[in-house]
Design a protein around this ligand. Sequence first.
Ligand SMILES: NC(=O)C1=CN([C@@H]2O[C@H](COP(=O)(O)OP(=O)(O)OC[C@H]3O[C@@H](n4cnc5c(N)ncnc54)[C@H](O)[C@@H]3O)[C@@H](O)[C@H]2O)C=CC1
Ligand SMILES: O=C(O)[C@@H]1CCC=N1
Length: 269
Amino acid sequence: MRERKIGFIGGGNMAEALIRGMLAASFSAERIWVAEPRAERREWLEEHYGFAARADNGEVAKACDVLILSIKPQMINSVMPEIAEYFSDKKLLISILAGVSTQALESFLPGAPRVVRVMPNTPALVGEGAAGLCGGRHAREGDLTAAQQLLESVGVARVVTEKEMDAVTGLSGSGPAYVYTLIEALADGAVRQGLGRDDALALASQTVLGAARMVLETGEHPAVLRDRVCSPGGTTIAGVAALEEGNFRATLMEAVNRATQRSRELGNS
Ligand SMILES: NC(=O)C1=CN([C@@H]2O[C@H](COP(=O)(O)OP(=O)(O)OC[C@H]3O[C@@H](n4cnc5c(N)ncnc54)[C@H](O)[C@@H]3O)[C@@H](O)[C@H]2O)C=CC1
Ligand SMILES: O=C(O)[C@@H]1CCC=N1
């Protein structure tokens, strides 16, 4: 993958997160192309990352071996024909679009198109992404491996079934937004009790990071780790009781549920 030319179709937030992560993981900037219609965004990308961004999707589709489709799902009808013109079985399409199936993408492309659908997330920008991916009907074994390696250069990547992709979207694709809300709310709670804003944000963020690493590195179930924090009659169980009163767990489960449903809707629209 590192030797091939990789072209992003759409240079927005998620494309930038992947590009920045890839550059940090020593992908060469010369091999990264971006098609982006907004002139000010092209200038910004060029200034910050040192590659030339193009206005024309066709130019990037023609030049690159791997295309990473990173437009909004609602744009596929107008953008896919621009790519299809230059697509062949020598090229690979990797889509990051929420909800859009490999079958829908394949229907725009000639022949037996090689398509891999991935759902990354923005922490790829700092090398801590969490992604799911699946192959389309004509994707070769090496295509899925290549896409997985690319995603693993910026975090964790799990191969899942296409049916599972909407749930991945509701969990890790959208999940950073839930966690940012959690961090902000934790900090607000401490600010309310008189702690300085900077200290509150730093401690809230590190607490989330530390707890996540405890789950990943000890292999213990989260409930076991939680029980170790809850001293009988202590402070933590008083806080946990408030979470239960506020339906914290049910609310998070419902957030994943709604985002998953929305991903399915985007696929049907
Ligand atoms: N933002 C996120 O956290 C994640 C987003 N995604 C997916 O990534 C895709 C992009 O999302 P974002 O980066 O958040 O959106 P965004 O709006 O930041 O990026 C989309 C980019 O496409 C450009 N664009 C508009 N019309 C175009 C055209 N005709 N041809 C080429 N480019 C065009 C826009 O100018 C913009 O820069 C979506 O499909 C989304 O489902 C997937 C995982 C996470
Ligand atoms: O909100 C969205 O639709 C995109 C997909 C996953 C994260 N952001």
